[in-house]
Design a protein around this ligand. Structure first.
Ligand code: GRF
Length: 190
């Protein structure tokens, strides 16, 4: 596989971003080129800087109504985008120019769509007394959480589990599987 440059997009803490950077750190075929955020105070930016990964912050107008992000990504030779806790909808110019994958902290199509992110998902799962939850990794299209599913993994939800307990189990699944799934998608694209 020739060398692939990937960009990571996140809006918050970035534990998945750090996990992906660490996973590919000494990988000659997959390079984490940069980390992008809509949130100038997102902790993910600090995490990236600790690994000397270039970071970019953009505003809503720049992201939704200009080609600046697309042009910058192309200029840097990025050809694959990973959303890891990125909260904005992806504009069509980005979808048309890059293969994009996203991770969702539930078993899509359940618990997806508007407002279903972060703890909202785990609260709904507990409130509905679900006996299992999990992660979904999917390609991103204009409908966001409805893109083609690539991978899912499940975890049990006990009657005694709080939303935080579920969140912890989900984060464990994400950190275990997301980098490997990214690597496989990149290999399959060759
Ligand atoms: C993860 O649970 C992911 O599934 C969702 O956003 C969360 C990001 O967590 N899309 P972190 O910022 O990577 O810790």
């Amino acid at each position: 596989m020739e060398c692939k440059k990937i960009a990571l997009f996140a809006s918050g803490s970035g534990s998945n971003v750090q996990n992906i950077i660490e996973y590919f750190f000494d990988n000659e075929q997959v390079i984490v080129d940069s980390v992008w955020s809509n949130n100038p105070s997102a902790y993910v930016l600090e995490r990236a800087s600790k690994f000397q990964v270039k970071t970019f912050v953009f505003g809503r107008d720049e992201f939704n109504n200009s080609n600046l992000v697309v042009e910058k990504l192309k200029e840097r030779g990025v050809d694959f985008i990973v959303l890891a806790g990125f909260l904005w909808l992806i504009p069509s110019n980005l979808i048309q120019n890059f293969k994009i994958v996203n991770i969702h902290p539930a078993l899509l199509p359940n618990y997806g769509g508007k407002g279903m992110y972060g703890m909202n998902v785990h609260k709904a799962v507990v409130e509905n007394k679900e006996t299992e939850s999990g992660i979904s990794i999917h390609f991103v299209n204009e409908k966001y959480d409805e893109g083609e599913l690539i991978f899912q993994a499940k975890c049990p939800v006990l009657a005694t589990d709080s939303p935080d307990d579920v969140a912890n189990k989900i984060h464990e699944l994400e950190h275990k599987h997301f980098p490997e799934v990214i690597e496989k998608v990149l290999k399959d694209r060759n």
